[in-house]
Design a protein. Structure first.
Length: 199
């Protein structure tokens, strides 16, 4: 787990963990504050419960991660017209402002509301379920996360990045380099990673 300063691009803190947890993210922010850092805002992915975990600090959800969530629900090449339109709207997220995106999402929902509410009945059990469950989940994800997707816009003066791309790019580079040194022991791998982040 890596904590990086978006302004200076400096790596501030890292943990070696088996799995990420919200408690570790909170611990990291507390540790940085104890070291004297002023945390103006946080940019992170949309882990469940994480966005609400930092009290009064503004938290921006990575827009790239939100786009990836929608892609998982409706696929890269959706066939349904409603899904195609939602995909086109979500593609605009990184180049539009908050009001335009919210307005576009509301218009999309108004147009497709009855389609989203369609139900299919199982002939054997007689029970019904939503026909377009994955599309409903995609919409619900956007609606739930909307309040964190444009924090960069609400706090424009802070120049908050709207994605975690700087840190994700860092990890991609590290993974490529580690792949070239496949046979390293765990201790040497940690040493390699430490040097990589220092550089």
């Amino acid at each position: 787990m890596l904590f990086k300063d978006a302004y200076t691009k400096e790596n501030l803190l890292k943990y070696y963990v088996k799995t990420e947890s919200n408690a570790l993210y909170i611990q990291g922010i507390n540790e940085l504050q104890k070291q004297g850092f002023e945390v103006l805002a946080i940019v992170c992915d949309g882990r469940k419960g994480l966005l609400q975990s930092f009290g009064n600090i503004p938290v921006q959800m990575c827009q790239f991660h939100q786009v990836a969530i929608i892609r998982r629900y409706i696929t890269k090449n959706p066939k349904l017209p409603a899904s195609i339109e939602l995909k086109e709207l979500v593609a605009m997220i990184k180049i539009t402002d908050k009001e335009s995106f919210e307005g576009g999402l509301d218009l999309w929902y108004t147009k497709w509301k009855s389609f989203l509410n369609e139900r299919t009945t199982n002939p054997e059990t007689g029970k019904s379920y939503y026909t377009h469950k994955r599309l409903r989940s995609a919409y619900r994800s956007l609606k739930t996360n909307l309040k964190w997707l444009f924090i960069w816009y609400d706090y424009f003066e802070l120049e908050i990045p709207n994605t975690t791309n700087a840190i994700d790019g860092h990890f991609s580079d590290l993974k490529n380099k580690l792949r070239n040194h496949n046979g390293l022991s765990r201790a040497r791998k940690i040493k390699f990673i430490n040097e990589f982040f220092k550089a």
